[in-house]
Design a protein around this ligand. Structure first.
Ligand SMILES: [Zn+2]
Length: 283
């Protein structure tokens, strides 16, 4: 069956739809900042589950589907994970040292009583949650990088679908679109959790949507050979999401003093993953 669309208009319209709908939803959410702040612990847990689900139900299976070997996929996942571990070390280590007013590379500052007292003095939170604060700050840039990489490959996959055949393109758009809404709501929550103001978080989502558009254009210009590039990027994107998921999930479950009912967040992590699994099964 022939659809009356060429690869360019089909790809760019599809990317606009799959990015535009979540963008609109997060824009509406950002209008209600008080409400977001109230349910942020649950939303953040949902976001951790959603990026985990995106890695295991979408990015890794897609890499295998377009012909990457399991060994290569494993190596790609590990390199994405290791890359974000390094990035977090750099970002969290930097913020942490500054929060204490000590020189960078002075990890022993914690062991002295005077610096612990200084911590309590500088911030009205227990000294042992400093690491959690520093980690939360590293979440936003990591989420942005992971999201940018993910959207780049989503744009590539949609355009590659339209280059193969309009019907393949539409099916790819459907598959990407199904998981895009829960994932973007999830990453929006992770941005806000990482200290980004809601409207700015929407702007970050807009930038990653433009990156999806660039991924599609690149594919349309280069041709289907770009699929092999997507094959390399998909496992790496999965690794970055797995890293973000475990950081946020652990922070979410360990943050006991602010929420005695923190175990309820396990359900929200499960809901985020379930939404992505459902999208993968339905699409
Ligand atoms: Zn995707």
């Amino acid at each position: 069956m022939q659809f009356p669309v060429d690869a360019w208009s089909g790809s760019l319209t599809s990317v606009a739809i799959v990015s535009g709908v979540p963008l609109l939803v997060t824009l509406l959410m950002a209008q209600r900042e008080q409400w977001i702040r109230r349910i942020l612990p649950q939303l953040t847990a949902f976001g951790a589950g959603a990026v985990f689900g995106a890695a295991v139900a979408h990015l890794i299976p897609d890499a295998l589907r377009i012909g990457q070997s399991p060994t290569f996929v494993l190596l790609g996942v590990l390199s994405g994970f290791a890359m974000f571990w390094l990035i977090e070390r750099v970002l969290a280590g930097h913020d942490h040292a500054h929060a204490h007013g000590v020189a960078l590379g002075a990890p022993s500052a914690h062991s002295s009583d005077s610096s612990a007292a200084e911590c309590v003095h500088l911030h009205p939170i227990p000294a042992n949650s400093h690491a959690a604060v520093a980690r939360a700050r590293a979440i936003a840039p990591m989420t942005f990088l992971g999201d940018a990489l993910h959207n780049l490959v989503d744009g590539m996959l949609i355009a590659a679908g339209f280059l193969a055949a309009p019907s393949v393109g539409l099916l790819t758009m459907l598959a990407v679109g199904m998981h895009e809404l829960p994932r973007e709501v999830g990453t929006f929550s992770l941005f806000v959790h990482g200290g980004i103001r809601p409207m700015r978080a929407v702007a970050y989502n807009l930038v990653t949507a433009i990156i999806a558009m660039l991924g599609a254009m690149l594919t349309l210009l280069i041709g289907e050979r770009v699929v092999s590039l997507a094959g390399y990027l998909l496992p790496v994107a999965a690794g970055t999401y797995l890293y973000i998921a475990q950081v946020v999930a652990r922070a979410s479950l360990h943050d006991r003093h602010s929420d005695p009912a923190h175990w309820g967040r396990l359900w929200w992590i499960g809901a985020g993953t379930a939404a992505m699994l459902a999208a993968a099964v339905l699409a």
